[in-house]
Design a protein around this ligand. Sequence first.
Ligand code: GLU
Length: 373
Amino acid sequence: MRKELLKTVKRVVIKIGSRVLTDSAGALDMAVIGRICGEIAILHQKGLQVIVVSSGAIAAGRSELGLTDKPRTIPHKQAAAAVGQTRLMLAYEKSLAPNNLKAAQVLLTSEDLSSRQRFLNARATLNALLSFGIIPIINENDTVVVEEIKFGDNDNLSALVTNVAEADLLLILTDIEGFYSADPHTHPDAVLIPLINGVTREVERAAGGSGSTVGTGGMATKVAAAKKAGKNGVSTIMVSGKLNGIIVSALQGEDVGTLFLPSGIGLNRRKHWIAYTLKPSGRITVDDGARNALLKKGKSLLPSGVVKVEGRFERGACIRLYGLDGVEFARGLSDYSSAESVRLIGCNSTEIESILGYHYGDVLIHRDNLVLL
Ligand code: GLU
């Protein structure tokens, strides 16, 4: 299903975090930047338009200034950013050049994007740069912002840029392989979740939002970015930027990292996509009660109503739903794989955890991911 989605992507925003771009000593890691630029060139050759949102200015400035600690005061951060931003751009220029690509520096503040005129101006500039085949490298204009008007973090900035640039996808490169059920540093049994069907409160809580006990460093801002991008119908993929070939794999629709699908406003576009674009890979037959609940009462599909599961599919796959009469009446995205679904046939939702040893929620197919035919 990812492949179908990725086929429609023409313009992608790639957000690269400081921890991806720097080595253990905190200096810019030219080998990593070189590899990333090589992968960007492959996308570019395939006709994709790439916009980069890059952190790393403060980190690069810090090592340039010989500071051992992270700068704490705003003026020190701003001084580090001023020194580091030119180093950062030089690194991109040097690494793009062997691939016959050029970089352009675009520095933005949140004030720029909250003014409609400047917002549209930024959009026009990005369009012009892309039409010249140039790779825009965007960062916050750290040297002039003060705390009150900061974007806060580049995850947030990258989500806003998907809107400014009218991009189809946000790819977040970070130092962890995706979104986990719990913080993998402290929970060795945490599992990577390949698909998030819309960012819910539950997801936000697991990411370390308010009330969380399993906060993962920096995960909350990434999930917030995915949610924000999703409001415009834009999907987000989060992967580890440390892995070789990961950018190309992600854009080819391979099952890497975590894919966050939009919810809310993007829903109609998404339902259309579920019903018409995705190729169904499995088949679930339900009893009359469940069929009725789905068709007439707007309910989600629970395991209790399932009588048969056929085909092999992964969590997040598109499934055909059949009644006992053998007629297909709906399609939806499954929250459980075929292997898991088979084990859940006819069970009560409260038993899911005891049967599987974990659970992704009470339903097999959520209402929001279901289209009646
Ligand atoms: N703008 C900052 C920098 O380039 C990074 C902010 C962030 O990583 O969220 O150093």
